[in-house]
Write a protein that binds this ligand. Structure first.
Ligand code: NIG
Ligand code: FE
Length: 425
């Protein structure tokens, strides 16, 4: 496992290009190379082109060679919004929702996020790491090579830090790259003395500084939502977090229209996420300022809510990313193919836009588009090989995982034909 690898004879090598998000209709422009090849040296892409050109330029003896005849070769996927570290499950709550009980009502009954908080507080670091590892392995099998993960199921200093520590440990030991986000303002703990205002003060004065001191998160997020944290409260927390050096993102306009997208624009957030009810002004602002619109179609699907207006956003010039939102409540799924199917069938996105949304724009949503998200010289050698000859099989083969091989920094880490996950030698 030295990170020296070439992939040759791809039926197509398909990628967006650039080191920042692609906006609007440019999301549709892929570079597609028939009989494509890619050369990775010490984990970094050194050349991309036709197979004969690449083979003429390198001494293939020094490389692991993968023949991708009949297969599409794509950039590794970026799942830019998940909550993959948590304790316990909420299958009963899912059944309640099937009976028509709403997400906010479940929260009001003491279910929802707060019930996962109880289970997460009881889970020790080892348990969080063990379960997190299993979830990362599953993500890898779906072609995900970079994932964002959030705290937010502790709502106390100790457990918030433990969730972030679990991610830090997994980042060291697992091939996936993990981008950590502090989401201490995910909900107000049940019966918190002084309520939401007091809890927010606690987050700002106690927890956020501890996270910063431990270097445990790159981003700060907040659930900006009716009955959770208001726009003013979100502004307060995120302004402080920005001053402390955190990059900003927020759960915005998910359940009701509240002006979360506008706040993301005002604060220069990297990304605003969910956006089911984003206003025209919010969409316009995101398009003008380049805040990535991260859409989570499986959450809308799971909550039986209308989808975010992806087509409008793209037509008005936004950079749209797609992410799974994997979490034990509103969306217990990390299925990239289901997500892509929903985005194309119900949100008006083309297969090409969807690919950009799960690669380059996903990378931009976690501020890593300079490193990952496309197959170009200088970027990390993170590559997905499908069982089929075109990227268009991703939405077309509905809900079926068409990923055959995954390469991380030039090393083959997953191969369905060899039984799945391959450990570093
Ligand atoms: O992104 N909206 C808030 N947070 C999660 C839900 C978390 C949960 O239900 O446990 C979301 O949908
Ligand atoms: Fe979320």
């Amino acid at each position: 496992m030295n990170g020296n690898l070439i992939v040759i004879h791809a039926a197509e090598l398909a990628t967006s290009q650039g080191d920042q998000a692609r906006c609007g209709r440019a999301m549709n422009d892929l570079q597609i190379v028939p009989d494509g090849a890619i050369c990775i040296e010490k984990g970094i892409i050194s050349a991309v082109g036709k197979t004969d050109e690449i083979l003429a330029a390198v001494d293939s003896q020094a490389f692991t060679v993968i023949d991708a005849s009949g297969r599409a070769v794509l950039p590794g996927f970026v799942d830019s919004h998940t909550h993959f570290i948590f304790g316990g499950y909420r299958a009963d709550e899912f059944a309640w929702r099937l009976q028509g009980i709403g997400y906010m009502e479940i929260m009001a009954r003491g279910g929802g996020i707060v019930s996962t908080v109880e289970a997460t507080r009881q889970a020790d670091l080892e348990t969080l790491v063990r379960d997190g590892r299993r979830r990362l392995d599953s993500m890898l099998s779906f072609g995900v090579t970079t994932v964002e993960g959030k705290s937010g199921y502790g709502l106390d200093c100790e457990t918030e830090l433990r969730q972030l520590e679990a991610m830090a440990q997994l980042e060291r030991e697992h091939p996936l790259d993990i981008v950590s986000t502090f989401l201490g303002a995910h909900a107000v703990p049940r019966d918190y003395p002084g309520g939401g205002e007091a809890y927010l003060d606690f987050v700002m004065t106690q927890v956020l500084p501890a996270v910063a001191e431990g270097g445990l998160a790159e981003f700060c997020d907040i659930f900006c939502e009716d009955q959770v944290f208001s726009v003013d409260q979100s502004r307060r927390l995120l302004t402080l977090a920005g001053e402390m050096g955190f990059k900003l993102t927020l759960h915005a306009d998910e359940i009701v229209p509240l002006g979360g997208a506008e706040l993301a624009v005002e604060l220069g957030a990297v990304s605003a996420d969910h956006l089911l009810h984003a206003s025209d002004a919010g969409i316009q602002g995101m398009a003008e300022t380049g805040v990535v619109a991260t859409l989570l179609p499986m959450t809308a699907f799971s909550l039986k809510e209308p989808y975010a207006r992806a087509r409008t956003m793209i037509d008005r010039g936004c950079a749209v990313a797609l992410a799974t939102d994997l979490n034990p409540g509103s969306c217990f799924s990390n299925s990239m193919p289901l997500m892509v199917a929903l985005a194309t069938l119900y949100m008006g996105m083309t297969p090409e836009e969807a690919l950009t949304a799960i690669t380059l724009n996903g990378a931009a949503a976690v501020d890593r588009a300079d490193r990952v998200g496309s197959l170009e010289a200088g970027k990390q050698g993170d590559v997905v090989i499908l069982e089929h000859p075109s990227h268009r099989f991703m939405p077309y083969h509905i809900g079926v995982n068409t990923v055959e091989k995954v390469i991380k920094r030039g090393n083959l880490v997953f191969d369905k034909t060899r039984g799945g996950r391959i450990d570093a030698a």
